[in-house]
Design a protein around this ligand. Structure first.
Ligand SMILES: [Zn+2]
Length: 133
């Protein structure tokens, strides 16, 4: 499934099916299915053209993305090349500080990096560091 660029969607604009399809690079039928069977909200039902508010479209796709979000095991990485979760080659793994801080609790951001066991591509995974008081 495509990874839609949600930033292309203007929240305050309304889109008809043709506009939605070309904006996201999907088939019109896909958009119709979103409305008919997947619960994408339209401004008014049964009118032509059907219009969807940008904010609703964005929310809908975001929720869709969340649902298929990958859950990785403790020692797994997501390899972009293999398109799946992989383990790293033994001994290739290391942890680097990114120098960034995350969230309200100001945790240090760490990056675990290694090489994919399957294709040898570099894989990264971001971690939360220890709380700094
Ligand atoms: Zn790989």
């Amino acid at each position: 499934m495509a990874n839609y660029n949600l930033r292309l969607i203007k929240t305050r604009r309304s889109y008809n099916i043709t506009e939605m399809a070309s904006l996201l690079g999907v088939d019109r039928k896909t958009c119709q299915r979103w409305i008919k069977t997947e619960g994408l909200k339209v401004i008014e039902k049964g009118v032509n053209p059907l219009l969807v508010i940008g904010a609703d479209l964005r929310g809908f796709l975001k929720a869709k993305r969340e649902r298929r979000r990958f859950v990785l095991g403790e020692s797994e990485f997501f390899c972009m090349k293999c398109h799946k979760s992989v383990e790293t080659k033994t001994g290739s793994e290391k942890i680097v500080k990114t120098g960034k801080r995350i969230g309200r609790s100001d945790l240090e951001q760490l990056k675990r990096t290694g090489l994919c066991k399957v294709c040898n591509t570099k894989v990264n995974r971001f971690l939360r560091g220890e709380r700094q008081n």
